[in-house]
Design a protein around this ligand. Sequence first.
Ligand code: NAD
Ligand code: MG
Length: 340
Amino acid sequence: MNTATTEPLKNARIAVIGYGSQGRAHALNLHESGLDVVVGARPDGPSWQRAQEDGLTVAEPAEAVKGADLVAFLTPDMVQPAVYAESIEPNIKPGAALLFAHGFNVHFGQIKPRADIDVNLVAPKGPGALVRSEYQRGRGVPCLIAVHQDATGQAEARARAYAAGIGGARAMLIATDFKEETETDLFGEQAVLCGGASELVTKGFETLVEAGYQPEIAYYEVMHELKLIVDLFYEGGLAKMLQFVSETAQYGDYTRGPRVVDEGTKARMKEVLREIQDGSFAREWTAEYAAGLPNYRKFKEADLAHPIEKVGAQLRARMAWLQKDSKAASGTGESLKKAG
Ligand code: NAD
Ligand code: MG
């Protein structure tokens, strides 16, 4: 499974369109893997200069696409339909591959790729900074790989070679399809990671504060300490978490946890999943984006005005280690910066 090499891309020119979290990591890793890379960036944007300073060849997106055998499409998902129509569709060579790192636009029909190109996906399961730093250590971040359209018979081979070039094949490649990658990614961020976790935390905070407890103490209990638990999950799953918390905490977990997050919650998770699967979430979000994000802005304002944010800012300012590490900490936050 990990035998993928860069061989199928040996004589290929790779255009990396977008030089952000993923784009920079992919472009540098591919380049250092000995592949021919050109970065596509806007001449007036900050990425242009950054890519040049990193020692890479840079061109305007349309120019980069023209000569490319593989185009890695790593702009934010919501601008991809416009960039595709303007720079990619008129310029991509017949038989070239268009490679995504998230399937949203193809799966939900926001982009209908030309029939004469391959369409494939390599999605690292980690933020760009980790894709880069693991590569530099001689390792890699596991990647999902998928093929949506195979015009040349080479779509999968080229996806595997690309995954090898960014280091992912050193770790693990998991075969999937655009539907599974897109739907599970959206569900995770909506139900558990962003939506679920933030609601669990704020509702817990409100419960304590409304019962008369100090907001400072509530903040520590329900938000700050979540990191300790999540780190244990990350390193060793439920088993490691249970091993490191007290028997009292375990008993409370076993008996109270299922009352807070119960079968009703699971039924609503299934509802959320259905809205992803039937395309209604994608339609709602695409319309919201096109309308200039009026509701998105309101929701965001309300979150940022929540009392947990005020007390949190005061407390974090007194935790010196958070100030020092604030850059590194924000680096881990980028992995979910996708459809937003
Ligand atoms: P990002 O926001 O970090 O970077 C996007 C880049 O695109 C920036 O360099 C920006 O300047 C450039 N850009 C924006 N508009 C452009 C335009 N019109 N023309 C040309 N360039 C433009 O994005 P990201 O997080 O790297 O995400 C890129 C893709 O990778 C998305 O499909 C995302 O879903 C996917 N993905 C991201 C992660 C992650 O950890 N961030 C993980 C897996 C998959
Ligand atoms: Mg929320």
